[in-house]
Write a protein that binds this ligand. Structure first.
Ligand SMILES: [Cu+2]
Length: 167
């Protein structure tokens, strides 16, 4: 009887450890054990299209472009829209921050403290953005590519970024 209970307890612990390990490594859209969130751009989709990051923790978003078009990734919210065309976000998630970009040449556009942070991802390339998002930006944000006056965004290259409060 005691032995059976012990076996059940051991089996339960093993199952729990497996579940936790699975969560840690394999949860799409969440950082893995190294703090990396993998995102694939396949044609006009982010996969996954919903990302979860924790404020005040260093995170790396790794964008891999498996399509045939170059994309320009923007992070923010409130889309600037005119005549059915989209041009970017009114509010920038990374405003005033100093993210690291690998490779650095992927940085798009003019570089200044008030410029929106954009980066190109060429077909076949992976670009890694590393940053720590401050606690006051906890909330719902978006990612998108606004190339071709928003044609890529309208085609589906749009996703959500949930910035969660530190535990
Ligand atoms: Cu694009």
């Amino acid at each position: 009887m005691v032995r059976t209970s012990l076996l059940v307890a051991v089996a339960a612990v093993v199952a729990l450890v497996l579940v936790l390990a699975g969560d840690r490594e394999g949860d799409p859209g969440r950082p893995d054990a190294d703090g990396v969130v993998e995102v694939v751009m396949d044609r006009y989709q982010f996969e996954p299209d919903e990302l979860f990051v924790t404020a005040e923790s260093p995170v790396t978003l790794a964008f891999s472009n498996r399509g045939n078009n170059v994309h320009t990734v923007a992070l923010g919210r409130t889309v600037v829209e005119e005549d059915g065309l989209q041009f970017g976000f009114r509010e920038e998630l990374l405003a005033g921050l100093s993210p690291t970009l690998v490779p650095q040449r992927a940085r798009a556009g003019p570089i200044g403290p008030d410029e929106p942070f954009r980066f190109y991802v060429e077909p076949g390339e992976t670009v890694r953005l590393s940053v720590t998002i401050p606690a006051e930006r906890v909330g719902e944000w978006e990612i998108g590519c606004f190339n071709a006056c928003g044609a890529h965004y309208r085609a589906g290259l749009a996703g959500l970024v949930h910035v969660e409060a530190p535990e």
